[in-house]
Design a protein around this ligand. Structure first.
Ligand code: GLP
Length: 274
C-alpha cells in the first residue's frame, strides 16, 4: 500500500489527475474506473485542464463508473450519469459510447444488469486504474458495511448514514433513492491499480479504519488492504487519525528518492503496473 499525505485538497486533486494523466499518456486506450461524490470533482477539473492544454486525448479511453442510483433516469440531475457528463465527459473528447455506468432502468432485472456490467468490464480488458472515494462509514462505491468482500456488481440498499450524508445534495422536492447498483468489492479488487482519494476531517475515522484496521465487512474499504497496488491520496485532515503517519511520510520520501535515482517512480516501485 502506498499512503500519500498532502497539505490540502488541491494537492490531492493534482496528484490524482497526474496519475491518470501518466496512465493515459502511456496507454491511450486505457480503461478507467471512475467515481462520483464531491471528492473527485477537483481532480476532474484538473483533468479537463490537461485536456484543454492539448497534452492528452481521451478519444480511445473507456470508462466504467462505480455505481448508479436505481429509480432515476440519466436526464435527472441527481443521476451519476448526469454528474459524470457535467463534471468530466462533456468537457473532454471522450466518446459517450465508451463511458459506462451500471444503469438499471425500470422493469430491468438488476441481476442481469450486474452480470452484464461485469462482462463488459472483462470484454474491455479489465480496469487499468480504479478511482475511489470513501464514505464516512467506510463504504467504497455503494458497498455498504456488512457487504460481501467477494461481491460483484449488484443492487445494494443504502444505509441510513449514507442517505443522511448525501441528503444535502437533494432539494426539498427531490426524491432521494435508497437503492443503487454498484460494482462489488471483488470487481474493485480486480482493477490493476486503485487510487482512493479522501479529503476532510469527516473522513478521518473511515480512512484510519481502512488503512490500519482489521479487514472486515464492517468497513468495506479495509478490503483494499488486499489489493496489490493501492494508493491512498489524503489531505492532512483526512489523514489526521492515522497512527503511523510519520512512517507513511518517510516511505513516501524514500519513494521520491527512488524516482531521483532511477527515473519513473512507477517503473521502479511497480514494474508492470499498467
Ligand atoms: C457516494 C458514492 C461513493 C463516494 C461517497 C463519498 O456515496 N457512491 O462512491 O465515494 O459517496 O462521497 P463524497 O466524496 O461526496 O464524500
Amino acid at each position: 500500500m502506498e499512503v500519500v499525505i498532502l497539505e490540502n485538497e488541491d494537492a490531492v486533486a493534482e496528484l490524482g489527475a497526474q496519475r491518470i494523466f501518466e496512465l493515459v499518456k502511456k496507454k491511450p486506450n486505457a480503461v478507467l474506473g471512475l467515481a462520483t461524490g464531491s471528492t473527485p470533482i477537483a481532480m476532474y477539473k484538473k483533468i479537463i485542464s490537461f485536456y484543454e492544454s492539448k497534452v492528452v486525448s481521451f478519444g480511445d479511453i473507456v470508462t466504467f463508473n462505480l455505481d448508479e442510483y436505481i429509480g432515476i433516469t440519466a436526464d435527472n440531475s441527481q443521476s451519476y450519469r448526469y454528474f459524470m457528463n457535467r463534471e468530466l465527459f462533456d468537457a473532454i473528447d471522450i466518446e459517450q459510447q465508451n463511458t459506462h455506468l451500471p444503469v438499471c432502468g425500470a422493469g430491468e432485472n438488476p441481476r442481469e444488469i450486474g452480470a452484464a456490467y461485469e462482462q463488459s468490464i472483462v470484454d474491455a480488458g479489465g480496469i487499468d486504474l480504479q478511482i475511489l472515494g470513501i464514505g464516512s462509514n467506510g463504504h467504497i462505491g455503494f458497498n455498504e458495511p456488512g457487504c460481501s468482500l467477494s461481491s460483484r456488481t449488484r443492487v445494494k440498499t443504502l444505509t441510513q448514514s449514507t442517505v443522511r450524508d448525501n441528503n444535502h445534495l437533494f432539494g426539498p422536492n427531490e426524491c432521494q433513492p435508497h437503492l443503487a447498483m454498484t460494482m462489488g468489492i471483488a470487481t474493485i479488487l480486480d482493477s490493476r491499480r486503485t487510487i482512493l482519494l479522501a479529503t476532510g476531517s469527516q473522513k478521518a475515522a473511515a480512512v484510519r479504519h481502512a488503512i490500519e484496521g482489521s479487514i472486515s465487512s464492517g468497513c468495506p474499504a479495509t478490503a483494499l488492504q488486499m489489493h496489490e497496488r493501492v494508493t491512498f491520496i489524503l489531505d492532512e485532515a483526512a489523514a489526521s487519525s492515522l497512527e503511523n503517519k510519520s512512517y507513511y511520510r518517510w516511505a513516501h520520501h524514500q519513494n521520491r528518492s527512488l524516482v531521483e535515482q532511477f527515473g519513473n517512480f512507477h517503473e521502479v516501485v511497480e514494474p508492470d503496473s499498467y
